[in-house]
Design a protein around this ligand. Sequence first.
Ligand SMILES: Nc1ncnc2c1ncn2[C@@H]1O[C@H](COP(=O)(O)OP(=O)(O)OP(=O)(O)O)[C@@H](O)[C@H]1O
Ligand SMILES: [Mg+2]
Length: 263
Amino acid sequence: MSCGLHIHALSWSPEQRRRHEEAHLLRDITLDAARGEFVGLIGPNGSGKTSLLRCAFRFSKPLAGSVALDQNDVWGAAPRWAAQRIAVLLQELPDDFGLTVEQIARMGRTPHKHLLDGDTAEDAAIVAAALRDVDMWHARERAFATLSGGEKQRTLLARALAQQPSVLMLDEPTNHLDLRHQIDLLTLVKRQKLTTLATIHDLNLAAAFCDRLYVIASGAIVAHGTPEQVLSAAMLRDVFEVEAIVDRHPVSSRPRITLIHPI
Ligand SMILES: Nc1ncnc2c1ncn2[C@@H]1O[C@H](COP(=O)(O)OP(=O)(O)OP(=O)(O)O)[C@@H](O)[C@H]1O
Ligand SMILES: [Mg+2]
């Protein structure tokens, strides 16, 4: 097995569903992201994207199958090992922490420290670089609670980058962002050259930024490959229940999706 993220034959269900012995919510999921690869996970609402990320970032324990990061079993490793290597940007913004922007970004260093360790000059430099990267350095003293949705999202990305993870897991990272900041954020993430697994609802953004895509429907992977291979009118009809035209973006020549109407 090579470096990167490897999810193999993973199944998972919430407690309630297990009790009723229904089919698993996530079924036999196999997904790979090679080191440095930007992989997108796309699928309709409720298809299991967030649930799969939770299994991968060591929040929901899979009932079967495995998650490996750089050839180590994520669920067999110590929680601290995983916390140092997996950075997560969640779909829902957390509640007010009562902290400043800089304090939030500094939290990214926590998994690398012991209980009584103070911040070193190196920590401060890493945090400053992350805040500059997301264009929030000027606002470092602002209270997180007073930020706009987009500014919060960028601050949380700074926290993830300050963690210097091996893999970045992003759940709808462009939520709350205007057009310019959607592109800025994904460009910034891509520039890190980190192994990245991101759920993205905007399929044109997914086509523009992802090296490969996995399509999930009702808890199972139904297609995967390059955006060109995956984003077809037939897939959009079957999985997303929309009639769409797929052609090429005139500048990037990546697939371009134009919605016509729901089916
Ligand atoms: N802990 C849980 N208990 C009960 N149901 C759950 C639990 N976690 C997820 N589900 C259900 O599983 C399904 C998949 O949820 P999930 O959040 O993974 O979807 P998603 O693909 O991320 O959707 P969205 O695009 O809306 O974010 C949903 O129907 C959800 O209600
Ligand atoms: Mg979700």
